[in-house]
Design a protein around this ligand. Structure first.
Ligand SMILES: Cc1cc2nc3c(=O)[nH]c(=O)nc-3n(C[C@H](O)[C@H](O)[C@H](O)COP(=O)(O)OP(=O)(O)OC[C@H]3O[C@@H](n4cnc5c(N)ncnc54)[C@H](O)[C@@H]3O)c2cc1C
Length: 379
């Protein structure tokens, strides 16, 4: 169905999704082009995330106008991993990271977006490529644009509308997140293993601690209720037992999401540019999805700018974006899948813990495989 006679308004670019990738692309592209960013939620808002931001995007954020130093004092340079019995190994993080909540980070980016781009609090329902343009359906309105970008995150109804392969595969992962008051070193990221999953603990701004965990539904379903699961399964790890017994929750209820898919996706489908988790979600234990979301938005914006300035054809732009995306991210995602398998397999985990205990450089070298070099804006 085409909406040729109902077109509401035209833009150079329409972006569906105002998380880190959509916000970054909107800031970069609205410097030169007309941009509409569509997201159903208002800002600021909490989001599912471990809130460890890899320093590979520290400089890129500065160039965008975000000074992380002014937003948070939490510099994370040490990583601690505990096995399900609570045994720990520690290592320095090769590049390090910053502890910052999505509530704060997304809001700061949003404030930069609204300087030049238009923002609509709504949901994109459909997008069609028609006559070298896109028609984008939002509620009862149809918008037209030269390029449509999808930045709708891990999973969205729009994935179904567009018939994307991964959406039809059930995923057994669910995630839980909550902010707490808890005393822990401000430079430490902890990853605690438990039966069927792992939990990340690290500080964010305002002296709070974010606890975010990912769990396989097979492990969770016997308990169903979050508190019981935390007490009976997670607290078997003494590190988590201490945490849940002393930490003070800051919200009445945690944020939860289910059906988190780590299936392979494509960075371009139906001529639509996919950025952030929409192109591929790295396993959270790599602590790198936020940096990848920002970085993929930079790569997409660079290619799109060349196309809209007449320096590339649409086909070239899409091929170049796809090629660059794969060369920068594909092996990290693959590495993340291996790592997740090792961390959740009892035999491999015990072997792995013994190995990292005795060969100190293994852990930093694994971390390096899932991270990239520092990124700058080259749009
Ligand atoms: C449990 C867990 C822990 C994690 N921990 C970390 C961590 O510590 N460090 C790290 O770097 N990464 C982490 N990640 C990954 C990180 O959160 C993501 O990679 C990052 O949020 C991706 O940003 P995004 O812009 O792609 O998507 P999102 O931030 O998810 O934004 C997508 C947006 O699209 C909107 N949307 C959806 N559908 C539509 C539609 N039809 N129309 C318009 N808008 C729509 C949504 O409302 C949402 O605002 C974690 C992920 C999980 C699941």
């Amino acid at each position: 169905m085409h909406y040729l006679y109902l077109v509401h308004k035209q833009f150079d670019i329409i972006i569906a999704g105002g998380g880190l990738s959509g916000l970054t692309a909107a800031i970069l592209l609205s410097k030169t082009f007309s941009v509409l960013l569509v997201d159903p939620d208002s800002y600021p808002r909490h989001k599912m995330c471990g809130e460890y931001l890899s320093n590979e995007v520290f400089d890129a954020l500065k160039e965008l106008g975000v000074s992380l130093n002014q937003l948070t004092k939490v510099r994370l340079d040490t990583f601690e991993l505990s096995s399900p019995n609570g045994k720990t190994v520690r290592t320095k993080l090769p590049l390090g990271g910053t502890g910052i909540s999505r509530y704060t980070l997304d809001f700061v980016l949003y404030k930069l977006v609204i300087r030049k781009a238009q923002v609509l609090e709504a949901r994109v329902q459909q997008a069609h490529y028609v006559d070298d343009h896109f028609q984008v359906v939002v509620g009862d309105d149809v918008y037209r644009c030269k390029q449509f970008i999808m930045a709708t995150g891990k999973r969205s109804a729009l994935d179904k509308t567009l018939n994307r392969d991964f959406i039809y595969k059930k995923s057994p992962w669910l995630a839980v997140k909550m902010h707490y008051q808890f005393d822990m070193p401000a430079n430490l990221v902890q990853l605690h293993n438990f039966d069927g999953g792992y939990a990340g603990l690290s500080k964010i701004e305002n002296d709070l601690v974010n606890c975010c965990y990912l769990v396989h539904y097979d492990s969770f379903k016997k308990h169903k209720d979050i508190n019981t699961f935390q007490e009976q399964v997670m607290a078997v790890n003494p590190q988590l037992d201490t945490f849940f017994n002393t930490a003070v929750a800051q919200w009445e209820k945690p944020i939860t999401i289910s059906q988190i898919s780590f299936e392979q996706k494509q960075p371009v489908e139906d001529r639509i540019m996919m950025i952030g988790d929409t192109a591929g979600l790295i396993h959270p234990l790599c602590g790198n999805g936020m940096a990848m979301a920002i970085h993929s938005a930079i790569i997409a914006s660079k290619n799109l700018t060349l196309y809209l300035n007449g320096k590339k054809t649409r086909d070239h732009m899409l091929i170049d974006y796809s090629t660059e995306w794969n060369s920068v991210f594909a092996s990290r995602l693959q590495y993340g899948r291996y790592l997740q398998r090792v961390l959740l397999s009892k035999t491999l985990t015990n072997f792995g813990y013994r190995a990292v205990e005795h060969i100190p450089f293994i852990l930093p070298s694994i971390i390096k495989q899932t991270h990239g070099k520092p990124v700058t804006l080259d749009v």
